[in-house]
Design a protein around this ligand. Structure first.
Ligand code: FES
Length: 276
């Protein structure tokens, strides 16, 4: 799986265009892949941020926050990943609804973009709301601009666009006009807040959950989430779910489960990088 192109989008966030014709042929918005970058390497789930069936390529966006993702981001154009498994998950059901607000926080814009693109192509009016901690962390702005009828940015520190949380412009848009669906993707607290706002306005809200995954095929149970009081597996039943009935508190707790081990692995990785 050869890397055909690599671009640094923001500090620690890298975009790869990868030769994967069989995956590109079947990819739909909402799908993801599991990547192994080397023998015995960790299995990393990454959303398919874009695909080109004619060129046989898929686009992946990786944030180097742990040992494996930092090593992935050091790979270069011309290198090859060991293997990619996919497309996995259920596709986001794209319909012509009318007006859809697509809200992204941080890296959430990578899974959001193919949904916004497909909604736009299906004839919806798409309003994009993209938030990040600071200006340099805003990614895929050009891509989103190409598929949104209206696009607003927010930054936590006020360095670009609205100063504050992305849910604030969401509230303003919902108060301003009739919206048929909200699609929210990002960190769990951001998705939970977006669901709360959308629900206040009685607007259906779809989220894309980023649960911990191992096999990606429904066998390990690592990605289980509670949706509507039922146990679901993010990898085979999702990652797209009706946000109004997701147990976000449980998801947050499960995401934090391996935090100590992750910290230790990252610390070791940084020492290795520093040659100690
Ligand atoms: S990742 Fe193993 S069941 Fe979903």
């Amino acid at each position: 799986m050869k890397i055909l192109d690599k671009k640094q989008l923001a500090p620690e966030i890298v975009k790869f265009v990868v030769e994967a014709p069989l995956i590109a042929k079947k990819a739909q918005p909402g799908h993801f892949i599991i990547l192994r970058y080397k023998e015995n390497g960790e299995r990393i789930p990454l959303t398919i941020a874009d695909f080109d069936r004619e060129k046989g390529t898929i686009t992946l966006v990786c944030q180097g926050i742990g040992k494996s993702t930092r090593e992935i981001n050091q790979m270069e154009k011309g290198d090859s990943f060991l293997d990619l498994l996919g497309p996995l998950g259920k596709a986001y059901p794209v319909q012509k609804l009318g007006t859809v607000v697509c809200v992204a926080g941080g890296l959430g814009v990578a899974p959001l973009y193919p949904k916004a693109k497909a909604l736009h192509e299906a004839g919806n009016r798409v309003i994009g709301l993209v938030g990040a901690q600071r200006k340099e962390m805003l990614i895929m702005a050009e891509e989103m601009a190409a598929v949104c009828d209206e696009l607003q940015f927010s930054t936590d520190d006020g360095s670009f666009g609205h100063h504050g949380l992305v849910t604030e412009p969401l509230r303003a848009v919902l108060a301003r006009e009739k919206v048929d669906e909200v699609v929210a993707v990002g960190p769990v607290p951001m998705m939970a807040a977006a669901v709360k706002v959308a629900t206040e306005f009685n607007v259906p809200v779809v989220v894309s959950l980023n649960a911990l995954m191992v096999d990606g095929t429904g066998m390990c149970g690592g990605c289980r989430v509670t949706v509507g009081g039922q146990t679901k597996f993010c990898c085979v039943d999702g990652p797209t779910f009706d946000g109004a009935v997701v147990d976000f508190h449980e998801l947050l707790m499960r995401q934090r489960y391996y935090r100590d081990q992750e910290k230790e692995a990252l610390h070791r990785c940084k020492l290795e990088e520093a040659g100690k």
